[in-house]
Design a protein around this ligand. Structure first.
Ligand code: ATP
Ligand code: MG
Length: 258
């Protein structure tokens, strides 16, 4: 049964999509079967996986609004090794149309019920807001991965996100857990980064991944080639750090499962 992980942070540009694409590719490199769900109408994870968001036949819209089975919507991202449910501007309409549908919070969870068995990991790239799409991700997920930049306002944004997660646990999904907090675009020479990082470790302890993702130009370049960094430049620090993250995740999972 695939483990469903939502990668979320309502703050924009913190590395959600970069984390989704590169974590998915790294899990594939360890022989896991992975489905990536692009939940963001910006379609960055779709494009970054080498799928043209403007020419796909079906998208997440079909899954959420029209009840189209995931198997009919997902496409294989050839260069990345995982399957993806693409997203594009149509999904903006889904967000609005969902509001009139009964059980609107559970559309994604229910759609995944059957398809889950086909995968080891299902990773959801959330948009930078706490809207109905993100609620669908949190209602479907078992774990939340929170990428964050260690900067001054990061902790403030984090407490709003934590409150949302508690609310979701109480009302929609009691099984939801924090899978881990991931420090992205990390620059150890910056003293503010170190301060925020220390506070993060103090508050969240073991929930903070030991792996940090450095600022790395290859991670920023790879999406314009429609590739994960692991394929674009597998020796790059960015690619290696996401491989390390996948390793840390899998070791943690092994420990929990005994
Ligand atoms: P949004 O909130 O808009 O969805 P996001 O949280 O998904 O943004 P990304 O798109 O992953 O963030 O990253 C924002 C920008 O920073 C992108 O241009 C990306 O290529 C770049 N970037 C992300 N992580 C790194 C990194 N570790 N090193 C260098 N550049 C990075
Ligand atoms: Mg994004």
């Amino acid at each position: 049964m695939g483990r469903i992980l939502a990668v979320t942070n309502q703050k924009g540009g913190v590395g959600k999509t970069t984390t989704c694409v590169n974590l998915a590719a790294s899990l594939v490199a360890t022989k896991k079967k992975v489905l990536l769900i692009d939940l963001d109408p910006q379609g960055n994870a779709t494009m970054g996986s080498g799928i043209d968001k403007n020419t796909v036949e079906k998208s997440l819209y079909d899954v959420l609004v029209l009840d189209t089975p995931i198997a009919e919507v997902s496409v294989h991202a050839e260069n990345c090794g995982y399957d993806i449910i693409p997203s594009n501007a149509d999904v903006t309409a889904a967000e609005v149309e969902l509001l009139g549908i009964e059980g609107k919070e559970f559309r994604l969870r229910d759609a995944l019920a059957i398809e889950r068995a086909e995968y080891d990991y299902i990773i959801i790239d959330c948009p930078p807001s706490l809207n109905m799409l993100t609620v669908n991700a949190l209602a479907a997920a078992q774990g939340v991965i929170i990428p964050m930049q260690c900067e001054y306002y990061a902790l403030e944004g984090l407490s709003a996100l934590m409150e949302t997660i508690v609310q979701i646990q109480q009302v929609l999904n009691p099984k939801l857990e924090i899978e881990g907090l991931l420090r992205t675009m990390y620059d150890p020479r910056n003293s503010l980064t170190n301060d925020v990082s220390k506070q993060l470790l103090m508050h969240f302890g073991d929930k903070v991944y030991r792996t940090v993702i450095p600022r790395n130009i290859r991670l920023a370049e790879a999406p314009s080639h429609g590739l994960p960094a692991l394929i674009y430049d597998k020796q790059s620090k960015g690619a290696l750090s996401y491989l390390a993250l996948a390793g840390e995740m899998l070791r943690r999972a092994d420990k929990i499962n005994g």
